[in-house]
Structures are given as C-alpha cells and as structure tokens.
Write a protein that binds this ligand. Sequence first.
Ligand SMILES: CC(C)(COP(=O)(O)OP(=O)(O)OC[C@H]1O[C@@H](n2cnc3c(N)ncnc32)[C@H](O)[C@@H]1OP(=O)(O)O)[C@@H](O)C(=O)NCCC(=O)NCCS
Length: 142
Amino acid sequence: MDVTIRPATAEDEDAVVALWRACGLTVSYNDPAADFRFARGRGASDVLVGADAAGRVVASVMVGHDGHRGWLYYVAADPESRGRGLGRRMIAAAEDWLRARGVAKVHLLVRETNTRVVGFYEQLGFEVAPRVMMSKWLTGAP
Ligand SMILES: CC(C)(COP(=O)(O)OP(=O)(O)OC[C@H]1O[C@@H](n2cnc3c(N)ncnc32)[C@H](O)[C@@H]1OP(=O)(O)O)[C@@H](O)C(=O)NCCC(=O)NCCS
C-alpha cells in the first residue's frame, strides 16, 4: 500500500484519535488527545503517522525512549487497510526513529485482552519477555 510515513502534526490530532478509537486502542482512563499532545514532537517521543495517497491518516505508532529503552504505543492500522504491510512499516519507522537516537532495545506492552496481536509482533522479530510489570498512578487513580 502506498503510504507516506511522517511525524504527526498538530493538525493530525482528530484523525489520529479517530484512528485509535476505530482500532480499539482507547480506554476510559486515558485521554487519547492528551496522550497525542504529550508525546508529539518531543525530543524523546513522537507520533508517526502513515498517510495514504489522498493524505488520509491510515496508520500510526507512538514512539519514545525513557533514556534507556525504547517504547511503542498506539500501534494502529486502519481496519479496512490491514494485512497490507502497514503495521510492519510503522514498526520499522519507529525502530529507525529509536536507532537514530542510539536506543538499543525496544519494548511494548500488550493488554491481556489483546493477545491475538502477539503473533503480529513475533512476525516482526519481537519475543515475549517474561517480566512482572509494576505501575503506579502519580496523578491519583482514575
Ligand atoms: C496490529 C496491526 C497494527 C497490524 O497491522 P497490519 O497492517 O494488518 O499488519 P501487516 O500487514 O503489516 O502484517 C505484518 C505481518 O504480521 C502478520 N500478522 C498481522 N496480524 C497478525 C496476527 N494477529 N497474528 C499473526 N500474524 C499477524 C501479517 O500476516 C504479516 O506477515 P507477512 O509480512 O509475513 O505477511 C493491526 O491489526 C491493528 O491496528 N490492530 C488493532 C490495534 C492493535 O491491537 N494494536 C496493537 C496494540 S499492542
């Protein structure tokens, strides 16, 4: 599929949030528009989008690093454009983004309700890493 992958602009916000909603990536405790604004265009994070020939946003990945490892979030391909290599290209672009910043390893989290996507990542060279992930809200539990 003919897509141009580029950093998202502020004007992409509505389209990107709509894509995330269409892909089932939004949850009640995260405001996706706030997530987009917080990550986009920063030194250590960005949102990359894939735009089709008409300029429509059809894929995304949020990429960043924490000073040590890289992280991916909001990996999304438009439901009507799946199975055509979009997801693979977005992951490759995010990996390039991280390599360019000297990051040696990339991590991502898969929700327990979304384990069907594990095969996609394995296809791209990721492996399941047995760890106990711990977390804590710093702003009060939602
Ligand atoms: C995950 C997602 C981004 C994949 O996008 P896509 O454009 O359909 O993926 P691609 O076409 O690039 O697939 C890349 C490879 O993975 C394979 N693949 C895709 N989905 C797969 C799955 N669920 N299980 C196993 N393999 C899968 C493809 O067959 C392809 O293999 P090939 O290159 O050998 O043919 C898309 O399904 C999506 O947006 N899902 C909903 C959002 C989501 O769950 N995101 C991840 C959150 S952790």
